[in-house]
Design a protein around this ligand. Structure first.
Ligand code: ZN
Length: 398
């Protein structure tokens, strides 16, 4: 059959996209921010809770299977559980229960084709898999990301005094970083990015620690202490992940615009400590601007890309508007459900294939460049920023 005119163009464009997906599947993928998977069986009720960022009970109209991520799960995960694409929620959950969490996890993680996981261990660590367990179940490698606030809260629970608090914290951080490849700050949750950018004095820290430790509150939300932890991490020099934007009801979204901490980024630019802006939705363009201007700033679109299902392309596209292709990373921010790793990775790859496919079609980029950038965007940038040793992915070593 002779294909002419726009038809031929269409076929070539689809072929290009398929070739790009091939490159993306072969490139070792580093999920630079995720959590563990729930070890126990998942009930229909806990599935509903785990497949949303909302921590509030949802009334009529709140079924996660009718949200973008739920539609994506029914489309993409169903065939891996031997079900037709777009299966209804009830059939999906009943097949899931039949197979069991362990088998579902094995199938979905194999298909997610992620070669390295950097795992935030600071949230509900007892209920979910550790970095080693996650790596073992998927035959890959896992590294720990230590959460700053959790380290401080553990010291408080152990009875540290105000006088010795900061020294004890720095020692704790140093010890955590013997194995962890980076740290994470949730100052966005606990305060917002409109914090004083200056390094707090020892006297300020002692006084704030005194007030916190003598109160019954164990959740750290004092802005002086939160930024003291950040500055200790800046001194430590390993990448600092910062939650940005989209999150649960604990967030006041407008205070999570990362440009609120422009002065902090200016103050830390000469330290060279990488600042990794996580998620960023809906401030993806703001994050892209910061990564463009500040040499130590990186961004990703994890969480948003997974939760937006079929709309992930527009979010990923925004992340590639002005930031150098060497500063954009891949993550799923998956937590609890193996479905979120699969959907996060798959939608991210499809979005990259679509965007780069269009650029190739328009001859706006060369093929060798496109292939090189896709490998960097999936894993190479993270390997460089975190100093990881390259690891053969399951796909490339097969
Ligand atoms: Zn997370």
């Amino acid at each position: 059959m002779i294909i002419s005119g726009s038809g031929r163009h269409e076929v070539e464009a689809v072929e290009e996209r398929v070739a790009l997906l091939d490159v993306l599947a072969q490139a070792p993928a580093v999920d630079h921010h995720c959590h563990g998977i729930v070890k126990d069986e998942v009930s229909a009720q806990s599935f509903q809770k785990l497949a949303t960022e909302s921590d509030l009970p949802q009334g009529p109209g709140g079924d996660v299977f009718d949200s973008p991520v739920g539609v994506a799960i029914r489309a993409e995960c169903a065939p891996l559980l031997d079900l037709p694409r777009h299966v209804d929620a009830e059939s999906y959950l009943s097949r899931r229960a039949e197979l069991g969490q362990r088998e579902v996890t094995r199938r979905l993680l194999a298909a997610a084709n992620i070669s390295t996981y950097l795992v935030d261990t600071g949230f509900c660590a007892d209920e979910i898999t550790s970095p080693d367990e996650l790596a073992a179940v998927s035959g890959t490698q896992g590294f720990e990301i230590a959460r700053l606030e959790s380290l401080a809260e553990r010291l408080a629970a152990e009875g540290v005094g105000a006088q010795g608090f900061y020294d004890a914290f720095r020692a704790e951080l140093e010890s955590a970083l013997r194995t962890a490849v980076g740290v994470k700050s949730i100052i966005a949750y606990r305060h917002g990015f409109d914090f004083d950018p200056a390094r707090p004095t020892e006297a300020e820290i002692r006084s704030a620690a005194g007030a916190w430790l003598s109160s019954p509150e164990r959740r750290l939300s004092d802005p002086v202490l939160l930024r003291a932890l950040l500055w200790a991490a800046v001194d430590a020099g390993k990448p600092i992940q910062m939650h940005v934007g989209f999150g649960d009801s604990d967030i006041v979204l407008h205070r999570c615009d990362p440009t609120h901490m422009t002065e902090f980024l200016r103050a830390t630019v000469t330290t060279g400590t990488p600042i990794m802006l996580l998620h960023n939705y809906p401030f993806v363009r703001e994050a892209g601007y910061l990564a463009h201007v500040y040499p130590h700033v990186y961004l990703d679109t994890g969480l948003a890309a997974g939760f937006s299902g079929a709309s992930a392309t527009s979010i990923v596209r925004e992340s590639l508007e002005i930031a150098p292709f060497t500063k954009v990373l891949f993550s799923t921010d998956a937590y609890g459900l193996p479905e979120l790793y699969l959907v996060g990775a798959l939608r991210h790859r499809l979005a990259l294939a679509r965007v780069f496919g269009e650029w190739l079609e328009a001859d706006a980029i060369g093929e060798a460049d496109a292939r090189r950038y896709l490998r960097l965007l999936m894993g190479g940038n993270a390997q460089r920023a975190y100093g990881l040793t390259p690891h053969q992915s399951a796909a490339t070593s097969a």
